[in-house]
Design a protein around this ligand. Structure first.
Ligand code: GUN
Ligand code: FE
Length: 450
C-alpha cells in the first residue's frame, strides 16, 4: 500500500460529549497510520488534494471512526433474537451451552464465523472483542475469518470448568486443561499466517466467576501476568450472578477478580451494572474497562448501568452488542439504546409513581457521549490507536451516506446535529465503505463496497 489521501467531511469525538466536524484531508502512510490532517482553507489541504492518490468523498458523505464492539459472543450469532424471555441462568443452560457445544464441529464453526465477520464489518464494526467457545480449532477459525475479511479482532477462547454449572459435554475437564488450552491458543493466534502485524490478538477469557473454579481463575490471572495478554470476562451482570459471587467469596465480582490477578490494564468487564463506586474506583486503579451492553441488560440484568457516573469519573467504557444476549449486531443500535436506557433511568418508568419520586435524576447521557462510547471509548478501553481521525491513529473508518433522511442542519450546531442523526438513524443502510488498518475491506458484497 502506498501513501494515500482521503478528503471530505469528517466527524469524530475527541472526548465524551465533544465532537468535531470539518472538511479535511488525511494523509495515510503504508502501514495504515494517519500521518497528517489538514483542514480546508489551509495550504496543506490544497497540496494534499493535488496528490495523485486522493480519494474525494461525495459531498453528502461523512467519514467517521470505525465502531468498536467491546463484547460479543461469536458462536451465538445463529441464536440472535432467541429465548430472551428467559432469565440468564435458564437461557445459558437451555439454549446457549447446547449451541456453543456444537462448535466442536469445525465446519459448523467456519460457516458461522465466515458469515458473522463480514456482517459485522458491513454494520460498521471495525474492531470486535470476541468470546468464542472452549474449542481451540473452532476459535482459531474465528481468528482466521477476522484476518480473511480484515477485521481488527480480539479473540478469547472461553475457559470454564465448574461442573456444578457447566454441562459435562461443554466444559474443560480441569483447571489445568483450560489453562493449557488458553496458553496454546495464545501461541497459535500469534503465529497465524497473515497475522504478522498483529491485527488479531488473543484474549484470556474466564467466562464468568460462576463457571470457573478458584484454581482456574488463579491460573488465568498468573497466565495474564506472565504473557501480558488482555483479559475479558462478565462481571456483576444480574442479581443471580452477583449473588452467586457474594455467596461464594463474600465480596463483589470486581474484588474477587482483582484477588485472582484478573483486573489488569485493558481488562474488559462485560455488563457490570451491579458494580458500586468502590468497584469502579478499583477498575480505574487497575486501568480496566467496562463494556456497556444496553440491549442485553434490558433482558438479563433487570437494571441499567449508570454510564453517566462512568463518564464523569473517567472509568473506561465502550459499547457491546453482547450477541446474543443482545439481539442486534449494530453498535449504532446499541448507542441509541444507551441514550434511551439512560433517559429512562433518569426519568423513571412507572407512571403510577409521583413525578418527583419516579426516577434517578441526572443520569442521562447525550448523543455525543454515546457516539464517543461507540468509537473512541471502545478503542481506549482496548488500548488500540483508533477511534479518532487524527495523526498517530490507524485509519479505521466508515463512510456514511447522509442524504435525505440523514441530512442535518448546517450552522453552529452542525456537529451536534450530525451526531444526533447518526446515533438515531445510522445502520447497515448508511455504511457505504469501511476501512480497517488503512485498507478498504471486502465485506462480501454486504457493505455496498465500490
Ligand atoms: N454470563 C456467562 N455467559 C454469558 C453469556 O453467554 N451471555 C451473557 N449475557 N452473560 C453471560
Ligand atoms: Fe456476554
Amino acid at each position: 500500500m502506498s501513501r494515500a489521501v482521503i478528503a471530505g467531511r469528517m466527524l469524530d469525538a475527541p472526548a465524551p460529549g465533544k465532537t468535531d466536524l470539518e472538511e479535511a484531508a488525511l494523509l495515510i502512510d503504508q502501514s495504515g497510520t494517519i500521518i497528517e490532517r489538514a483542514g480546508r482553507g489551509t495550504p496543506q489541504f490544497d497540496m494534499l488534494l493535488r496528490s495523485p492518490d486522493v480519494r474525494k468523498l461525495d459531498a453528502r458523505s461523512l467519514l467517521i471512526p470505525g465502531l468498536v464492539d467491546l463484547h460479543i459472543h461469536a458462536p451465538q450469532w445463529p441464536q440472535i433474537g432467541t429465548a430472551l424471555d428467559l432469565p440468564l441462568e435458564r437461557w445459558l443452560g437451555e439454549y446457549t451451552f447446547p449451541l456453543e457445544a456444537r462448535y466442536e464441529d469445525i465446519a459448523f464453526a467456519e460457516a458461522v464465523y465466515d458469515d458473522l465477520v463480514p456482517a459485522l464489518l458491513a454494520q460498521g464494526t471495525t474492531t470486535a472483542l470476541y468470546f468464542t467457545t472452549i474449542h481451540e480449532d473452532a476459535s482459531l477459525a474465528l481468528a482466521r475469518s477476522c484476518l480473511k475479511y480484515g477485521q481488527r479482532g480480539f479473540v478469547g477462547l472461553v475457559a470454564m470448568d465448574n461442573a456444578a454449572l457447566c454441562p459435562e459435554t461443554y466444559r474443560h475437564a480441569s483447571p489445568e486443561a483450560a489453562i493449557d488450552a488458553t496458553r496454546r491458543f495464545i501461541e497459535a493466534v500469534r503465529k497465524l499466517p497473515g497475522n504478522e502485524t498483529g491485527l488479531v490478538q488473543p484474549v484470556i477469557t474466564p467466562r464468568f466467576i460462576p463457571a470457573c473454579s478458584d484454581a482456574l481463575l488463579r491460573g488465568l490471572g498468573e497466565l495474564a501476568r506472565e504473557t501480558g495478554v488482555r483479559v475479558q470476562t462478565h462481571a456483576s451482570e444480574s442479581d443471580w450472578e452477583h449473588e452467586c459471587v457474594r455467596t461464594r467469596f463474600g465480596c463483589t465480582d470486581v474484588e474477587a477478580l482483582d484477588t485472582f490477578g484478573l483486573l489488569r490494564q485493558h481488562t474488559v468487564l462485560a455488563h457490570a451494572g451491579f458494580t458500586n463506586a468502590d468497584d469502579r474506583e478499583r477498575i480505574r486503579k487497575r486501568q480496566s474497562a467496562i463494556a456497556h451492553c444496553p440491549i442485553s441488560n434490558a433482558f438479563f440484568a433487570g437494571a441499567v448501568l449508570p454510564v453517566r457516573h462512568l463518564i464523569d469519573e473517567g472509568t473506561a467504557c465502550g459499547l457491546g452488542t453482547d450477541i446474543s444476549g443482545g439481539y442486534s449486531p449494530s453498535i449504532f443500535e446499541n448507542a441509541r439504546q444507551a441514550v434511551i436506557a439512560a433517559r429512562m433511568l433518569t426519568s423513571g418508568v412507572n407512571p403510577d409513581t409521583a413525578p418527583g419520586k419516579r426516577g434517578s435524576p441526572g443520569l442521562e447521557i447525550d448523543f455525543a457521549e454515546a457516539f464517543w462510547l461507540a468509537t473512541r471509548g471502545g478503542a481506549e478501553a482496548l488500548g488500540v490507536p483508533t477511534g479518532l481521525l487524527r495523526p498517530g491513529m490507524k485509519l479505521d473508518a466508515l463512510e456514511l451516506r447522509m442524504d435525505i433522511g440523514m441530512s442535518f442542519p448546517e450552522g453552529p450546531d452542525c456537529a451536534a446535529n450530525a451526531v444526533q442523526k447518526i446515533v438515531c438513524h445510522a445502520g447497515l443502510h448508511s455504511v457505504t465503505r469501511v476501512w480497517v488498518d488503512g485498507k478498504i475491506v471486502d465485506v462480501h458484497g454486504r457493505g455496498k463496497q465500490p
